[in-house]
Design a protein around this ligand. Structure first.
Ligand code: ATP
Ligand code: MG
Length: 354
């Protein structure tokens, strides 16, 4: 019997719309399987909350979240609140304080999904370093408004941070029967930080003789993603490179509506956070057009992290069968179904197939 405490932050825009479907999926699993019990507590920390209280979460917000086994996150973003606030006061504190130094993003072409790659199988994961790298706060601007104005933004690559990311990638490969890890680098031009990245990755790789390390410059790697996406198994990259590759990967297999992600604290000292790659999509919020798959798939990743692979697999069967049938699809996948109709179809397929 497992009883999980899940903190749910639906967020802004389509966040709450897709979250509703994800929670229904969890309820469906609970009804069917008495060994799965969970308590989902809702937190309304979004842009409305900010406009009312002047902050994204209460003072003790992080302390509160610490008590949970996992955080299920929708999406955040609202034109009335600057991105710096929504990102740096909500998402970043969670990622940083809970040491979620791995961002895991599957790139998997679902059966029946219409893509430019109908003849090949695409199924790999991107392991993005999530805590340091190019997204550091370090730097500044000088001579503002003058002709010689300049900005310096420092990249922080540590041996430890890189090793942790590489370690995760190789362990993931080992656990999942993969034979190759591809590292995205640029050490021919970015000669300090990326050289250290390479060295740290190579050192970790030497402990896994059965797994091949492939090292590609990031520009070439982006081209290979497009030319031969079927050749990848596990890709490890720095914060910025991983971010760019993730969006590219998502575009290869069907777009943001079906792209999940996990922000992981692999040593499980703190809760990990699961969220779709997409944002709050203000352009379609309130129209019922949002595809709930990315959120539901993120929920499957959460269950996998919590040790319930069996339930994660059930969800994936539900998603895959709905996509394969192609009858109930949201607009981004070429259909006319609403968020709710697609969520319902996934739940029915999930429960029918088990
Ligand atoms: P944010 O600033 O919150 O990241 P954004 O506008 O930069 O927002 P997204 O919200 O990810 O980025 O939206 C990008 C595009 O993808 C939009 O046109 C949006 O409608 C579409 N999109 C995003 N998520 C979904 C979804 N779940 N289903 C259908 N379309 C989506
Ligand atoms: Mg965005």
């Amino acid at each position: 019997m497992s009883q999980y405490k899940i903190a749910v932050i639906p967020g802004d825009g389509i966040g709450p719309e897709v979250m509703k479907e994800a929670l229904k999926v969890l309820e469906g699993l609970k009804e069917q399987d008495s060994t799965f019990q969970f308590q989902a507590d809702m937190f309304d920390w979004n842009s409305d909350y900010y406009l009312k209280h002047g902050k994204m979460m209460p003072e003790n917000g992080m302390e509160t979240l610490k008590n949970y086994d996992a955080i299920l996150f929708g999406a955040i973003g609202d034109e009335r609140v600057p991105d710096e606030i929504t990102i740096w006061e909500l998402i970043m504190p969670i990622r940083k304080q809970f040491q979620q130094y791995i961002n895991l993003r599957p790139v998997k072409k679902l059966d029946g999904m219409k893509t430019r790659y109908d003849d090949v199988e695409i199924d790999f994961v991107i392991v993005r370093e999530n805590a340091e790298g190019e997204y550091s706060n370090s730097g500044g601007r000088l001579y503002q408004g003058m002709e010689l104005e300049l900005a310096i933004q420092n990249t922080v690559i540590t041996k430890r941070g890189t090793s942790l990311a590489a370690q995760f990638a190789f362990e993931y490969a080992k656990k999942n029967g993969k034979k190759k890890v591809t590292s995205g680098t640029k050490s021919n031009a970015v000669i300090h930080s990326m050289k250290l990245w390479d060295e740290a990755v190579q050192l970790v790789a030497s402990n896994y003789p059965e797994i091949t390390l492939e090292e590609n410059y990031i520009d070439a790697l982006a081209a290979y993603f497009v030319q031969r996406p079927q050749s990848f198994e596990v890709v490890v990259a720095s914060n910025l490179f991983g971010d760019i590759l993730s969006d590219l990967g998502s575009a290869l297999v069907g777009g943001l509506g079906i792209s999940p992600s996990a922000n992981l604290n692999p040593n499980r000292e703190y809760p990990s956070m699961f969220e779709p790659v997409h944002g709050s999509a203000p352009d379609i919020a309130g129209t019922g057009k949002a595809n709930p798959i990315a959120q539901i798939w993120s929920t499957a990743m959460m269950l996998e992290h919590l040790g319930r692979n069996d339930l994660a697999e059930k969800i994936m069967i539900g998603i895959e069968s709905v996509v394969k049938q192609g009858k109930v699809l949201t607009a981004d996948l070429g259909g006319t179904a609403t968020t709710e109709e697609m969520g319902q179809a996934i739940i029915e397929a999930m429960l029918a197939n088990t």
